[in-house]
Design a protein around this ligand. Structure first.
Ligand code: ADP
Length: 226
């Protein structure tokens, strides 16, 4: 089964200049996909389309057999909450909540994710230990370093075994040791629950962990016109 089926997708922001023009992209269920490309080539835009944050200007976008073009904004938000774990470049953490509360947020928001977790305390602690943030669980996230905040964002994305984990430069603020620990956790979790992993990074050293490597510049016909 395909997790992603994208056909003749075009996307532009308000200025009507095509940022993306992709004829076809298929991602099979359970695949680990590494997407790379120069800055400004549309990687974040593509991830936001796949997560239903943005909708294409034209073309067909199917994720988990659902045509996202046909869904309303709130339906897309629910779809994302139920099926996707997103590691944002900018973390998107809630500053007045503790780390533990931030990590467990998807559990509270989505019934589908809630049903997959038997003990949220135990699950939160396990993931936090892997990422070496278990000593800070009751602190507010606003007190954390950038690298620590990034790890909280990663932990939150993994809670509730999503069908797809989408990560936008998730290791950019991590040192080598934490990057290794993070990749081990991500790959271990991926093997355990078989989610489809869609991962954008500049760090070519990470490519070896993935089953498919996509150069966005090669598949994006709009790339040359930027
Ligand atoms: P990448 O992730 O590969 O660095 P992006 O998807 O962030 O690329 O950006 C692709 C292009 O879209 C860039 O030219 C960028 O300036 C433009 N862009 C990104 N976000 C917006 C926005 N909100 N409004 C207008 N243009 C944008």
């Amino acid at each position: 089964m395909n997790t992603v089926e994208l056909e003749n997708i075009k996307f532009s922001y308000q200025n009507n200049v095509d940022v993306l023009n992709i004829e076809s992209l298929e991602i099979v269920k359970g695949e680990r996909v590494f997407i790379h490309g120069p800055s400004g080539s549309g990687k974040s835009t593509l991830l936001n389309l796949l997560a239903g944050v943005l909708t294409p200007s034209s073309g067909s976008l199917k994720v988990l057999d659902k045509k996202l073009n046909d869904l309303s904004v709130s339906e897309r938000d629910k779809f994302r909450g139920d099926h996707i774990g997103f590691v944002f470049q900018s973390f998107n953490l809630i500053p007045y909540l503790t780390i533990k509360e931030n990590i467990s947020l998807p559990y509270r928001v989505s019934k589908i994710k809630r049903n997959k977790i038997s003990d949220i305390e135990e699950e939160t602690l396990k993931i936090a230990k892997h990422l070496k943030i278990d000593n800070f669980l009751d602190q507010k996230v606003s007190r954390l370093s950038i690298g620590q905040q990034q790890r909280v964002g990663v932990a939150r994305a993994l809670i509730g075994n999503p069908d797809i984990v989408i990560a936008d430069e998730p290791t950019s603020s991590l040192d080598d040791e934490v990057t290794d620990s993070f990749m081990n956790l991500l790959l271990e979790k991926q093997k355990e629950s078989g989610f489809t992993l869609i991962f954008v990074s500049h760090d070519k050293r990470l490519e070896k962990h993935f089953s498919k490597v996509i150069s966005l510049s090669e598949i994006n016909k709009a790339g040359g016109k930027l």
